[in-house]
Design a protein around this ligand. Structure first.
Ligand code: C2E
Ligand code: CA
Ligand code: CA
Ligand code: CA
Length: 275
């Protein structure tokens, strides 16, 4: 039994070592990618639930890796955060997205994700103000999405940043709502313009009564707090119909459209979604 255990741990260590090597390679790759401009932004349109028309889009970063192809943010954002590159990547994404969205008709809004690390950066507000100025994109058309986990750190700086961003006219959305600890207390600490109901609740509606009740309660709560509600991760017609019936403000998900490259978003936004 002993030797078997040893063999196992040997294999385990080898796998760990490979992991470390792969991780290190990814880090070096990420640093290069910043210099060689390998990041691009895709956009997922967001529809007004009442009119059924698109009213804006969320910017979602992609890494066009020379060998691996298009890499999804879930596999590199956490590493970028660990090695201190998220600030630079986030700034690049914001600049690109604001520049590109400047060419959309002026009624359309742009949503951009902020990492927890960016949110607590004392230079964040200046960076956003500068980017708006340089790209000519109007602050009131920009919505920055922060997650509940970003607020968990609970440092004063993050809330100061949120307040100062609102002073620039920028809107703030609370992303992945309902998944973090003490979700409700966050709503009391800051006047968010919007809450985005997490996909995990949406996945099981309308068949699961508990999820239905939670989503209905969030919609009611947000209405009372004068916050708009986006329901995201809508993949099926039944979920779409539920969102409309329950009085959500905005709908986002594969049912209406997957995220598309920059070249396609303008035409998509001005088209009439099939729902
Ligand atoms: P998120 O902000 O919650 O973005 C929504 C994610 O769900 C996107 O994945 C989107 O493509 C996907 N999605 C949209 N509709 C549906 C649907 O109907 N069904 C399913 N199954 N998925 C749907 P994506 O683009 O892979 O991004 C993953 C996460 O990476 C984002 O989650 C966000 O947390 C992060 N991320 C993306 N872009 C950025 C960025 O520029 N900066 C930062 N800090 N994080 C980003
Ligand atoms: Ca988001
Ligand atoms: Ca989300
Ligand atoms: Ca998420």
């Amino acid at each position: 039994a002993k030797s078997r255990g040893d063999g196992k741990s040997c294999i385990f260590e080898a796998v760990m070592l490979l992991d470390v090597i792969a991780q290190r390679e990814l880090e070096l790759d990420l640093r290069r990618a910043l210099k060689t401009d390998e990041f691009e932004v895709h956009y997922q349109p967001q529809a007004n639930a009442e009119t059924g028309l698109f009213e804006g889009a969320e910017a979602l970063v992609r890494w066009r890796h020379p060998r691996r192809g298009l890499v999804s943010p879930a596999s590199f954002i956490p590493i970028a955060e660990d090695i201190g590159l998220i600030g630079a990547i986030g700034e690049k994404v914001l600049r690109l997205a604001c520049r590109e969205a400047s060419s959309w008709p002026s009624s359309y809004t742009l949503a951009v994700n902020l990492s927890a690390i960016q949110l607590s950066d004392p230079r964040l507000v200046d960076m956003v103000a500068e980017t708006l100025f340089e790209t000519g994109f109007e602050g009131h058309r920009l919505e920055l999405e922060v997650t509940e986990t970003a607020l968990l750190r609970d440092d004063a700086r993050s809330f100061e940043n949120l307040r100062d961003l609102k002073r620039l006219g920028v809107k703030i959305a609370l992303d992945d709502f309902g998944t973090g600890y003490s979700s409700l207390s966050h709503l009391r600490r800051f006047p968010f313009d919007r809450v985005k109901i997490d996909q995990s609740f949406v996945r099981s509606i309308p068949s699961d009564p508990e999820s239905v009740a939670i989503v209905q309660a969030i919609i009611m709560l947000a209405e009372k707090l004068k916050m708009a509600v986006t329901i995201e991760g809508v993949e099926e017609i039944a979920q779409h119909q539920f969102a409309v019936k329950e009085g959500c403000d905005q709908i986002q998900g594969y049912f209406l459209s997957r995220p598309v490259p920059q070249s396609d978003i303008r035409t998509l936004l001005t088209s009439v979604p099939e729902a």
